[in-house]
Design a protein around this ligand. Structure first.
Ligand code: C2E
Ligand code: CA
Ligand code: CA
Ligand code: CA
Length: 278
């Protein structure tokens, strides 16, 4: 028994070692890819549910390796976060998305906003506001059209500190959306006092808007909550016409998902927007 225990122990550490090595290699490659400009953004349209009109886009980071393989952000963002790389990477994302918005505003007649994902580590970084100001100044983008997407975990940071940051962001005219809303632990009374502008209903609630046993209760509750708090609301991960119909029924104003459009590269996004103009 002792032998086999020791055996499994060895096996376990070797596995952990291998995992650490894989992560290390991935991080090394991520750094290289970032330095070599092999990271890029895709943009997913956000639309008005009533008439399908584009109202914004969300910037989504992409990594294509030298071998042409796409690494999903859910795999490399956590790595960028735990290594601190996210601070630089996030600054690049802010600036790239802002520049893209400038171009979009020249190329389409829609008054679009740009949703930009911001990691908690970035948000809490003492220089975040400076970084934000610098990006706005350098890109000369209208801050009113920028919407930062943060998760509900902002509510877990010290209340006074978080409100100070949120208020400073809001005072620049920049909007804040709570991403993946409904999956976290933020208390409603707390939410009421935060300087946020929009709730993004998590895909898990939109998944329930289909079939004979469709259950719109939670999605509807979030829509009503948003309205009670005078916040805007958008549904994420809408894949089916049926779900879009439900959104109309529960008065959710905006939506995003494969049903309307997938994340698109810049050129394709412009084409898509032009198609919507007709
Ligand atoms: P998220 O912010 O919740 O982004 C929405 C994710 O859902 C995106 O995945 C998008 O491609 C996907 N999606 C959109 N519509 C549909 C749909 O109808 N069905 C399904 N199944 N999926 C849909 P993606 O691009 O793989 O990004 C995953 C996550 O990685 C994001 O979740 C976000 O948390 C993070 N992320 C992406 N880009 C950035 C970035 O620039 N900075 C930071 N900090 N995080 C990012
Ligand atoms: Ca997001
Ligand atoms: Ca989300
Ligand atoms: Ca997410």
């Amino acid at each position: 028994a002792k032998e086999s225990l020791r055996g499994s122990h060895c096996y376990f550490t070797r596995e952990m070692e291998q995992e650490a090595e894989t992560r290390f290699r991935l991080l090394h490659n991520l750094r290289k890819a970032f330095d070599a400009d092999r990271l890029f953004m895709m943009f997913q349209p956000q639309v008005s549910v009533a008439d399908g009109r584009p109202v914004g886009v969300e910037a989504l980071l992409r990594w294509r390796t030298e071998e042409g393989e796409m690494v999903p952000p859910d795999r490399f963002i956590p790595l960028a976060e735990s290594s601190g790389l996210i601070i630089h990477l996030g600054e690049w994302v802010l600036r790239t998305a802002m520049l893209q918005l400038k171009r979009l505003q020249h190329q389409t007649s829609f008054n679009l906003r740009m949703g930009i994902n911001v990691s908690m580590d970035q948000f809490r970084h003492p220089e975040f506001l400076d970084v934000l100001d610098r990006a706005i100044a350098e890109t000369a983008v209208n801050p009113q059209c920028i919407e930062l997407e943060v998760t509900e975990s902002v509510a877990m940071i010290d209340r006074i500190a978080v409100n100070k940051i949120l208020s400073s962001i809001a005072s620049r005219g920049i909007k804040i959306a709570i991403d993946d809303f409904g999956t976290g632990f933020s208390s409603l009374s707390y939410l009421e006092r935060l300087a946020v502008h929009r709730l993004k209903i998590d895909k898990s609630f939109i998944d329930k808007l289909q079939g004979d046993s469709a259950d719109p209760r939670l999605a509807e509750m979030i829509v009503n909550l948003a309205k009670d708090l005078s916040l805007d609301v958008i549904a994420e991960g809408v894949e089916l016409a049926e779900q879009a119909e439900w959104l109309k029924k529960i008065n959710c104003d905006e939506a995003q998902g494969y049903f309307y459009a997938r994340p698109l590269e810049e050129a394709r996004l412009i084409e898509w927007l032009h198609e919507q103009e007709q």
